[in-house]
Design a protein around this ligand. Sequence first.
Ligand code: WTA
Length: 654
Amino acid sequence: MADTAQATGAYTASADFIAKAHIDAAGYERMYAASVADPDAFWREEGQRIDWIKDYATVKNSTFEYGKVSIKWFEDGTLNVSANCIDRHMATRANQTAIIWEPDDPKVPALHISYAQLLEQTCRMANVLKAHGVQKGDRVVLYLPMIPEAAYAMLACARIGAIHSVVFGGFSPDALANRINDSEAKVVITADFAPRGGKKTALKSNTDQALLHCKDSVKCLVVKHTGDQTHWTEGRDFDVKAEMAAAKPYCAYTEVGAEDPLFILYTSGSTGKPKGVVHTSGGYLVYASMTHKYTFDYHDGDVFWCTADVGWVTGHSYIVYGPLANGATTIMFEGVPTYPDAGRFWEVCAKHKVTQFYTAPTAIRSLMGMGTEWVEKHDLSSLRLLGTVGEPINPEAWNWYNVNVGKGRCPIVDTFWQTETGGHLITPLPGAIPQKPGSATKPFFGIKPVVLDPANAALQTAVEADGVLCITDSWPGMMRTLWGDHARFEEAYFSQYRGYYFTGDGCRRDGDGYYWITGRVDDVINVSGHRMGTAEVESALVAHAQVAEAAVVGYPHDIKGQGIYAYVTLMRGVEPTEALRKELEAWVRTEIGPIAKPDLIQWAPGLPKTRSGKIMRRILRKIAENDFGALGDTSTLADPSVVDDLIANRMNKA
Ligand code: WTA
């Protein structure tokens, strides 16, 4: 029997689950072996899970060699992504629900959007975009609530070969402007307001502010969602629902190359401004649909719910593209887990008879604190599988999820992946791989992970290993480049460990060959499952007139996973007051968005620096973690006494 089936201390799915699963233990071993032994043959066959206009002859063509990194899959094939997600299901599923839209306010009825309706709305939106001059290859920025128009807009872009870039509705006008400008978008699609948890975010007014910093030619299509009054600029702003209603209900899809970009998604890196991760059409769709089917063991008739926002990659791959490519029924939820009460997730699961439920550990941890009565109120018998994504899940949260939500009968898939990877990299396949709480378990098909020693890049050949996680070879769903900056792409991902893709994560591999992700080893932190570059928060802080210098690190946070800890040095003569602390918190909220607000701000008369002026972040991390007994060597510091002051005034005293 395969090793995985014997993994020590692991949870195995029920015999009934395994009997119905797409992939069992033997199947996983066989397919995984085939996928890494002969990727060309394996993916030549798997590529056929989507429809091609012109079939591909070439499958894989890639190299990770630094200086020459190039990644292409199915490069001579052509297709249309929206046709794959909609049109090809019309013969068999026209009246099946494609998207269930669950609004923020539970008193507002949910919408059940069939594949036929999805086709019509997507076509209408595509015709509106065309009428505004959007053509193949043009960029369209989406800054929208979690409403059906977000899916229509993504698919409409895909339909005409335009490239979408979704910006999370929680980002500030500045962040939005940067993304519109970096992608040189022609059009931004937004809404009047985004209701969430009973409050409303003024998306249109944010967009108005952003557009002050963009080219005058950028058009603004506004979804009148709440119907509240907004400012209106004649000639620049357009009522997209009215235009859709007047547009033709059909739009032919455009043939695009497999390597034509489908979307750009900005994400945080360890340095500088956010990176525009580029995903292309063919390989991405093959990978999103395959991982959706196998990781979640999706079967016809299931109701799949991923609670992410479409502003993140999880929403792209597992609300829109993966499920729709598979002809699934996917839920799009506008609200939050705790509105109107802490039972909302479970109420929605019961109401729509959800079969697979996929969320972030941070949501589980916060609901855990509110008691099990919120879960017990609702009938969760439809659930067959649970999933998590975005950060490591601690065993307490895993057990709570397993016992209270899954009632001990639903496998839990802890899916490790990234914006850059397009889909799951390391994840249990529920019928095949027994789960250990806190481990993402084993690689998906075609993924060859390795553990390297961060000190000398040595490959760890023993089964049990500790180090950084790299991937040996490309897979169809991975990003191809950073928008407009291929050199930065190579530098960020392929320069540290030559010949490998570097994930930025640390990991441990146990004696069963299971991977345990231990978190980022670079200057990226993970706050409530959202990626945040410490450099971004620092540059927001130093943009404040009274701040001279700032250093930001993560520290362990019970609910959020990591919290944001900022050391701030004020300009000479500025008094550190509570009022200023509040002002800086508000400042970061408006500069980047609420998710970047520092949890703790410590006034730092000085920062620990080497004689060459480099901030010693290792020391700052230790102090923030309240673990200053082990600061290591501080002898290279220019002024070792600053450390004593920082320790004495630390904000995270246990
Ligand atoms: C972290 C989200 C542990 C990791 C899809 C990664 C995880 C970063 C897991 C990517 C997991 C994601 N276990 N850590 N199951 N999933 N991460 O780009 O640090 O928003 O590098 O993509 O989240 O975050 P991103």
